[in-house]
Write a new protein. Sequence first.
Length: 67
Amino acid sequence: EVRAGRVTMVRDFLATVTPEELATPRKNPHNPEYQETTLNCLHVILDEEWEHHRYATRDLDAIEAQP
């Protein structure tokens, strides 16, 4: 349920985001002295989602292959 809410939030953001918003600098939470653009932050979110999907798919395939 929480994940579905986050997916909706990202979808809504992507539906309305402008190139200017994507280029806006943001504080890096791990290194506040180094800024990241909104686009870089979005890349992190999408990369994490992709990796989660890869691992979940791999693990489900392994579980289904067990006798």
